[in-house]
Design a protein around this ligand. Structure first.
Ligand code: FAD
Length: 410
């Protein structure tokens, strides 16, 4: 039975992946739960995710080694939640709801039909738990009083509500056009909880316009590469596709590396990584009178080969006439093309936010913060997954841990 007063065991702020899932879990345990979201549409980020089919988890996730697929100042923080709610648990839930899905690439699981199937599962789980959802409904202030039996008061568009616990599931900063806000970070600061400085992740990288001009013509061209950034201490490497854009580089390999890239650092790209460039170019010089760019286009897209040789007049000739030193330099560059981005495409294009509420201030078992009764789940926390379904799995797992820990108070 929905209740009519304004008192709740838990108010969840944010009706996205983590907020809806947490609300459903807590509601089904008998808690009176209200979910609020300032956006008019429910779970819009799920709807647009994975090209409209939501890459909702990844079979390769290893909860015993979370550092493999997650970034955080404390990569072990997410271990507990991820091992208590696994990709298999989530796929079992989808199967129970009759939602068909398939594996695409490197363990990535997608809905067969549409991401909307996933949203319907979450809404149905909420309905089973008797969860109330107010949407659109903004929250203006959250107040806390130790003396009140329901210590939290939230001033909302629909009046003041009182709760035993508040769950912050407001997500990251990416795609402000569909409701992203820094509300969760501000709330953390209000309660003196530390924040790891946020920055865009899984985002295309941009380059100085003048320096990039020759490469900009390759916009739309994609090829498999090995891409890396960082030093010996903190090196990240991905074997994925790279995509040239008008302003820089994108594609899965670049999105992955962008989460690790630090401003001012370079990235190294190995082109045709399975290939021994030094040996191939030496052999080509011995056997061929073809132009060097024609030789390169056996192993690289010809547009890229043409643009590449423009960098050095010594490369703009038949391969047999290219001096050995110039060929060696070319092989070195194709093995490790060093480029230094000037920035990223920012939160408008980023899939996630790296950083967020510092895990030092949170319990890895329950997601409760040092501020009793205040919980943070999903992307608002300083836990960021790789591309490939890891961010949704973190949303489900952290939401589940929190939903199981919330207590009945009314
Ligand atoms: C284009 C795109 C594609 C993506 N594809 C994938 C994918 O295929 N696989 C994957 O794992 N991850 C993907 N992600 C990342 C994934 O969508 C997020 O990591 C995930 O949605 C985070 O869940 P969340 O519940 O923490 O936040 P969200 O799902 O973003 O939900 C946060 C909710 O809080 C609400 N909110 C914000 N501020 C307030 C406020 N002040 N008051 C009230 N409500 C508020 C928002 O309106 C929103 O509904 C993608 C992201 C983008 C942008």
């Amino acid at each position: 039975m929905p209740h009519t007063d304004n008192t709740w065991d838990a108010v969840v702020i944010g009706a996205g992946a983590a907020g809806l899932f947490c609300a459903g879990v807590a509601g089904q345990r008998g808690l009176r739960v209200l979910v609020l979201d300032h956006s008019p549409k429910v779970a819009e980020k799920i709807r647009i995710s994975g090209g409209g089919r939501a890459n909702f988890t990844n079979r390769d996730l290893d909860p015993r080694a979370p550092h493999k697929h997650f970034l955080s100042q404390n990569p072990n923080f997410c271990r507990s939640a991820l091992s208590r709610y696994t990709p298999q648990d989530f796929t079992a839930l989808l199967t129970q709801h009759g939602v068909p899905f398939h594996e695409k690439h490197k363990g990535q699981l997608f809905c067969d039909h549409s991401a909307d199937d996933l949203i319907q599962v979450l809404l149905s789980e909420c309905a089973t738990g008797g969860v109330t959802r107010w949407q659109p409904c903004g929250v203006h202030a959250v107040r806390h009083s130790d003396t009140n039996p329901l210590p939290y008061a939230l001033d909302t568009d629909q009046g003041t509500v009182h709760a035993h616990a508040v769950v912050v599931a407001t997500g990251g900063l990416s795609i402000p056009a569909i409701g992203a806000s820094d509300f969760g970070h501000r709330l953390a600061r209000q309660f003196d909880l530390p924040i790891v400085t946020p920055r865009p992740g899984l985002v295309p990288l941009t380059f100085d316009a003048a320096a990039w001009a020759p490469w900009a013509e390759l916009s739309g061209l994609a090829l498999p590469v090995l891409i890396e950034t960082g030093d010996k201490k903190q090196r990240a490497v991905f074997a994925e596709d790279l995509l040239f854009t008008h302003r820089g580089l994108s594609g899965p390999g670049v999105l992955q590396i962008s989460s690790y890239w630090q401003a001012g650092a370079d990235i190294r790209v190995q082109l045709a990584p399975e290939h021994d460039w030094a040996a191939a170019l030496t052999q080509a010089k011995q056997r061929s009178r073809k132009h060097l760019s024609n030789e390169l286009s056996q192993w690289l897209p010809s547009r890229l080969a043409d643009t590449w040789v423009q960098q050095d007049p010594l490369w703009q000739r038949p391969v047999c006439d290219v001096p050995d030193k110039a060929l060696t330099r070319l092989a070195e560059q194709l093995n490790a093309w060093r480029v230094t981005p000037v920035g990223t495409e920012g939160y408008k294009k980023a899939e996630v936010t790296v950083g967020g509420v510092d895990t030092q201030a949170l319990s890895s078992q329950t997601m409760e913060s040092r501020q009793s009764g205040l919980y943070f789940i999903g992307e608002v926390v300083d836990v960021t997954g790789w591309l490939g379904g890891y961010n949704f799995q973190w949303a489900w797992a952290s939401a589940h841990a929190c939903g199981r820990a919330l207590k009945k108070s009314l």
